[in-house]
Design a protein around this ligand. Structure first.
Ligand code: ADP
Length: 152
């Protein structure tokens, strides 16, 4: 069984995340959307809200599930027997950052492969950070988050 972990903060989920997971859905037997919990980080949405938004977005995908974890992503993969980490690449800066993490993860555990999907151009400028800024300033985020997003 091919199991992939798509790790992230998803604060909040955007249409960019949604597109990556939908494109990856046919490639794996199971995809776990795993919210990494970092107790020293401040989030705009609570863990429960972020989980709810992910669940709502993929409610029609039986093999896409939502979970949370603390600590290293690679340890989480081992614990749940996932062989793949899925990540999205938007721009060159993503590549530099992701490459380091993927190489370090591989040195810690070479049984887990990191796979990347290149973001479609129309989504490559969309970040959770910008969506949070728009929300803070009272703007309309609907074009940047999934249709089912519960906290618009
Ligand atoms: P993190 O805090 O780990 O960066 P994010 O929730 O911001 O978590 O992102 C999780 C993954 O989704 C990362 O691989 C990121 O590159 C990818 N991603 C985020 N936004 C987009 C987008 N607009 N298009 C494609 N991939 C994206």
């Amino acid at each position: 069984m091919k199991v992939a972990v798509f790790p992230g903060s998803f604060d909040p989920i955007t249409v960019g995340h949604e597109a990556i997971v939908k494109r990856a859905a046919p490639l794996f037997d199971k995809i776990i959307l795993a919210i990494g919990v970092n107790s020293s980080k401040k989030y705009m949405f609570t863990l429960e809200q972020r989980m709810e938004a992910l669940q709502a977005c993929f409610k029609d995908y039986d093999h896409v599930v939502v979970d949370q974890y603390e600590g290293l992503t690679i340890e989480y993969c081992k614990k749940i027997n996932a062989q793949y980490i899925l990540r999205g690449l938007r721009i060159a800066a993503d590549f530099e950052y992701e490459r380091n993490i993927a190489l370090m993860n591989r040195s810690m555990n070479d049984q887990v492969e990191t796979l990347f999907l290149i973001s479609q151009p129309e989504y490559s400028a969309i970040t959770s950070t910008v969506v949070r800024d728009i929300l803070r300033n009272g703007g309309d985020i609907s074009q940047f988050v999934p249709e089912s997003f519960p906290f618009k």
